[in-house]
Design a protein around this ligand. Structure first.
Ligand SMILES: [Zn+2]
Length: 258
């Protein structure tokens, strides 16, 4: 399974930066998890192939590129873009984003080939297929209803938390999955921002260490994602100090093979 976390911002030289403002994870150039920077950072091949987008939740950094991605493709689509989301997420998107004030209600529009958007609803805890992937949606603990996912292509399985604070169900699902190739886990804030991490339901390095203690298999590679860009160096430094085994920082833009 090829996994790429798309870059979301540029540095002072105009090159892709390691700082992550937005989240879009592309699997096998075909399925996107979240669409924070999908329209802005995907390759031409990805733009041509991705028609399935699975959302973890509806916070802006996870959906900002979704309206623009649909807009870019509007006239050329020969099949709708399928947005895989819970009923609550769909309601939020329709009410707060695709409401004509913020952006067009694409679900009411079509091009010469038919509908341009189709919602595929699932419930937290459900297992379902998207393209060639099997998905297990696991509710996590965030400020709004959010899911983490276990994703398998039949050969390998990875897990991604999305945004979350302390949670048990996700780690239980990881323990039951066995043979996980990698777990992508958030760590948004440095330890000294414990209060804001708590209020906004995110992890800090210390909290992450406690969470990883829930894993029964200690050797699974852990890839850290979703570090708030302004605290990136601090969070990485604190993670290094904690010296948690198997923990790495996922590089933006790099294609990983799991
Ligand atoms: Zn969030």
């Amino acid at each position: 399974m090829r996994v790429q976390l798309l870059p979301s911002t540029i540095d002072e030289n105009g090159r892709a930066s390691a700082r992550q403002h937005l989240l879009t994870m592309v699997i096998d150039d075909r399925v996107a998890i979240d669409a924070g920077c999908l329209a802005m950072a995907c390759s031409l091949e990805q733009r041509a192939n991705i028609r399935d987008i699975l959302l973890t939740h509806t916070h802006l950094d996870h959906i900002a590129g979704l309206p623009l991605f649909i807009d870019d493709l509007f006239a050329s689509l020969t099949e709708p873009i399928r947005i895989h989301a819970t009923s609550g997420m769909i309601e939020t998107l329709e009410r707060d984003i695709f409401n004509w004030s913020i952006y067009p209600r694409f679900s009411e529009l079509s091009n010469d080939n038919g509908a341009v958007v189709e919602y595929r609803e699932f419930s937290p805890g459900e297992r379902f297929k998207i393209a060639h992937l099997s998905i297990h949606a696991v509710p996590v603990n965030h400020q709004v209803a959010a899911n983490g996912y276990l994703v398998t292509d039949g050969t390998s399985t990875i897990a991604i938390t999305g945004d979350t604070a302390e949670t048990d169900e996700f780690w239980k699902a990881c323990n039951e999955a066995r043979g996980l190739a990698a777990i992508l886990v958030e760590c948004a804030f440095p330890d000294e921002m414990e209060v804001i991490a708590s209020v906004s339901h995110h992890l800090t390095p210390k909290r992450l260490k406690s969470e990883l203690a829930k894993l029964e298999t200690p050797h699974i590679p852990i890839q850290v994602i979703n570090i708030k860009p302004m605290y990136r160096d601090k969070v990485i430094g604190q993670l290094q100090t904690l010296a948690i085994p198997n923990v790495n920082i996922l590089e933006l833009g790099r294609v990983y093979e799991f």
